[in-house]
Design a protein around this ligand. Structure first.
Ligand code: NAD
Length: 366
């Protein structure tokens, strides 16, 4: 692999390889773009089959964060870290403290957070060595579990899609398919059911199904493989990526796809076009699932739940802007979301040419 070619292919600014013999830490921190602000993104632990696979993943994920932050209107850039290894065996205080020290050496250009394989507890160890960490528990002034805010953002995206597609945002009598009733899916039900939606759900974990039925006995469950064939108004994938693909698109009987699952389209360009051709309104995943990111970003200015909720409510307007761009420019909603993010980076990048005199106030809004 030609490392510099790989790094410059998608315009990454910086990649740091972090190694520590004592703990066995092998981490890669990628900073994609810091035009809007410091690069924020989680730290993933994964047993990558090769170092090349780890590098490719961190480059892909960090670039995704640039788009996610920019589209959400945050003053943050895109970054991500990966630690190579099995989370079940390598996690310990020492490892996270060494990782935290590496994060500190980047001087705030990268801010870390939880991701697949890491937890609030792990970030508290990281916090012992660096100021540049979010996703801390409420006890330490952090924002705690991001899932409820992610779900609240998905709910706003669903409301916007209903308004655009059907003329109003009422969920009364609407059927919503929820794929995955884990942390986000369960919280989403807490908004959809009181709003009058009929829920059909699926999950592979009996405990999560029982938790839903204990609170909402009216929820109807179907087998995981048959969820794509159920007629509904909205399909809300809140489990896995890649579930919208060549096999499932012809089977889908929904008007709208709006859920939290990351990378929900198996092939972005092809499948966003296929959905548009079938008249299915797709709310881009990186926009509708930004509630959790907005939540952790608020830690950087002193966390206040009310402010975070207010900002997450704004996902409604952002989704509407995306639909408008898609219509005016005759492009898919996915391309419109990317265009919105790129235009914001371009426009705000230009104002940085202006000399502002004395240093900026430390507490700019995220
Ligand atoms: P989770 O692990 O708590 O929930 C996922 C649920 O999906 C689980 O109940 C699991 O049993 C179920 N599931 C797994 N495979 C399934 C299948 N084949 N069919 C049906 N159900 C299946 O995860 P989460 O935190 O709720 O996140 C859900 C999705 O949203 C993930 O893709 C995640 O990356 C994304 N996301 C989460 C957040 C957040 O704040 N938690 C933020 C942004 C994006």
């Amino acid at each position: 692999m030609k490392i510099f070619e790989e790094i410059s292919r998608k315009d990454h600014e910086q990649v740091a390889f972090c190694s520590d013999k004592e703990t066995g830490l092998k981490a890669i921190i990628a900073i994609h773009n810091t035009t809007l602000g410091p690069a924020l993104g989680g730290c993933r632990i994964w047993p990558y089959e090769s170092e090349e696979a780890a590098l490719r993943d961190v480059l892909r994920l960090s670039r995704g964060m640039t788009y996610k932050s920019a589209a959400a209107g945050l003053n943050l850039g895109g970054g991500k870290a990966v630690i190579i290894g099995d989370a079940k065996t390598i996690k310990c205080e020492k490892l996270f403290r060494v990782f935290g020290r590496f994060v500190q050496t980047l001087g705030g250009r990268y801010i870390t957070a939880e991701d697949v394989g890491t937890s609030v507890q792990d970030m508290e160890w990281v916090r012992m060595e660096t100021n540049f960490v979010t996703g801390i528990s409420r006890t330490f002034g952090g924002s705690g579990d991001p899932s409820p805010l992610t779900a609240f953002g998905v709910f706003q995206g669903i409301r916007a899609a209903l308004t655009w597609h059907l003329g109003n945002d009422s969920l009364v009598g609407k059927t919503v398919l929820v794929q995955g009733v884990g942390q986000v899916g369960f919280s989403l039900l807490q908004h959809l059911i009181p709003a009058g939606a009929k829920i059909i759900a699926t999950d592979v974990d009996e405990r999560n199904i029982n938790r839903v039925l204990a609170e909402y006995p009216s929820v109807q469950f179907v087998a995981p493989h048959s969820i794509y064939d159920v007629p509904c108004d909205i399909f809300a994938p809140c489990a896995l990526g890649g579930v919208v693909n060549d096999d499932t698109i012809p089977r889908l009987q929904c008007k709208i796809i709006a859920g939290s699952a990351n990378n929900v389209l198996a092939e972005e360009d092809k499948h966003s076009a296929d959905l548009a051709a079938r008249g299915i309104l797709y709310v881009p995943d990186f926009v509708i699932s930004a509630g959790g990111l907005i939540n952790v970003a608020n830690e950087l200015v002193g966390y206040e739940r009310k402010q975070a909720l207010r900002q997450v409510t704004g996902i409604y307007d952002i989704v509407m802007d995306i639909f408008n761009i898609a219509k005016e420019e005759d492009i898919t909603t996915l391309d419109a979301a990317k265009a919105l993010a790129e235009r914001r980076i371009y426009n705000l990048g230009r104002i940085k040419h202006t000399y502002v005199g004395t240093p900026m106030l430390k507490r700019a809004r995220v």
